[in-house]
Every structure is written in structure tokens, then in C-alpha cells.
Ligand binder design. Structure first.
Ligand SMILES: Nc1nc2c(ncn2[C@@H]2O[C@H](COP(=O)(O)OP(=O)(O)O)[C@@H](O)[C@H]2O)c(=O)[nH]1
Ligand SMILES: [Mg+2]
Length: 200
């Protein structure tokens, strides 16, 4: 997915191989209709440094929105052009582009507003995931606004869709359960060296 992929392992500078050992690095697309909390979530996970994304070398084919650095782990969050548009504006070419992106990342994080349940905008996104046959996790965001008794039926319904490996209720605003989300994402990253320098 990056230029690094074209390099042969022999080009790895001496000493770096041992640093990269046990390292995990991968790509995540955060998707969801407008206002479900994608930006808030990215800020929560990646932190305030998100605002300097312009300093990130854009070596991937998709725009990088933020990078999570942890010891032994790097998660690259990318943007998915076109996926937040209403259906009538989404032509076949855009659907093709979006589904290609969704298929190429290691995991797609689909966000919904748990306080509102699943609406047409959410189902539009779910349809794209189904077409893409991507690996997905569902983030039920805004649980601070959702009555607890609404959460279980929502998780049940999502489970029955057969689209999601994991379903994680969180609040991007308060930070409730976002550490668990981070753990779930981390567990899905493949082994491999970091794609970007530490200070991105
Ligand atoms: N109560 C609550 N509000 C949230 C949460 N996450 C995001 N918001 C609010 O929802 C609105 C839209 O969030 P934003 O991150 O811009 O959504 P985006 O369009 O998906 O990027 C903002 O006013 C956020 O403060 C949450 O977990 N709880
Ligand atoms: Mg946003």
C-alpha cells in the first residue's frame, strides 16, 4: 500500500530489522455518515497532534488523517473519499473507488450514533461494506447519550447483519471504552515495520 512495499527487505538499514521485530503496523478506514463522531474519535485516539497531519509524508495512495503511535504499534487512519455522500450523489465510479479502499485497509471502523440507532445513512455505509467484503468493526458511538437499555438491541441487530467482527460501544466525547476500541484495533494490525517516522 505504501512505497515501502516495493522495497526489498535487503534495503532495510542495518539495525532496523531488530527494531521492527514484533512490530505491528496497519491501515484503518474510519467511515460513517456525517456527525456520528469520526473526527472526535480520531482526536480522542490519535490526540491533539492530529492537527499536524499536513506534516505527514503522504506516501500512501489514500489521504492519511492521523497516525497512532504506541510501543511496537503504528495505526494509520486514512480517509475514504466519497463514502459520506448521500446515495443519489454516489455514482458507480465512486462506489468502486470506495469499496476498493475499504478492501485494501486492514480493518474498517464503521461509526454510528448509538443514541439514534441505524438510519438510512448508516445502512448506506453498511451496504458499501457488504459490497466491499471488507473486514469491519462497528463502533457504537455516543453511548453517553444513549439509554443503556437501547444498546443491547442495537448490538443484537448489528450482530445479525454478519458484517462485523467486533462491536464496540464507546463515547468519543467522554473517552468511555475508547481504550478497549484501541485494543481491538491494535489486535487487528498485521505484523510489519512502521510505515512512518515516530514524529508524525
Ligand atoms: N455526546 C456526544 N457527542 C459526540 C460524541 N462524539 C462526537 N460528538 C459530537 O457530535 C458532533 C459531530 O462530531 P464529529 O466528530 O464532527 O462528527 P463527524 O462528522 O463524523 O466527523 C460534534 O458536536 C461532537 O462533539 C460522543 O461520544 N458523545
Ligand atoms: Mg468530521
Amino acid at each position: 500500500m505504501t512505497e515501502r512495499d516495493e522495497e526489498s527487505p535487503a534495503e532495510t538499514p542495518p539495525g532496523e530489522a531488530s527494531v521492527a521485530e514484533g512490530f505491528r503496523c496497519g491501515f484503518v478506514a474510519l467511515v460513517g455518515r456525517a456527525n456520528v463522531g469520526k473526527s472526535t474519535m480520531l482526536n480522542r485516539i490519535v490526540g491533539a497532534k492530529l492537527s499536524i497531519v499536513s506534516e505527514v509524508p503522504q506516501t500512501t495512495r489514500f489521504p492519511v488523517r492521523g497516525i497512532l503511535h504506541r510501543p511496537g504499534l503504528q495505526v494509520v487512519f486514512i480517509d475514504t473519499p466519497g463514502i459520506h455522500k448521500p446515495r443519489y450523489r454516489m455514482n458507480e465510479e465512486m462506489v468502486r473507488l470506495s469499496t476498493r479502499v475499504l478492501r485494501e485497509v486492514d480493518v474498517v471502523g464503521a461509526l454510528v450514533d448509538a443514541s439514534e440507532g441505524f438510519g438510512p445513512g448508516d445502512r448506506f455505509v453498511f451496504d458499501l461494506l457488504r459490497q466491499a467484503k471488507s473486514r469491519n468493526l462497528l463502533v457504537l458511538n455516543k453511548v453517553d447519550l444513549a439509554p443503556k437499555e437501547n444498546l443491547l438491541p442495537l448490538m443484537d441487530e448489528a450482530g445479525r447483519m454478519g458484517l462485523f467482527d467486533d462491536i464496540v460501544p464507546v463515547s468519543a466525547l467522554t473517552g468511555e471504552n475508547t481504550d478497549r476500541l484501541e485494543g481491538v484495533i491494535a489486535s487487528k494490525m498485521p505484523a510489519g515495520p512502521p510505515h512512518f517516522p515516530r514524529r508524525c
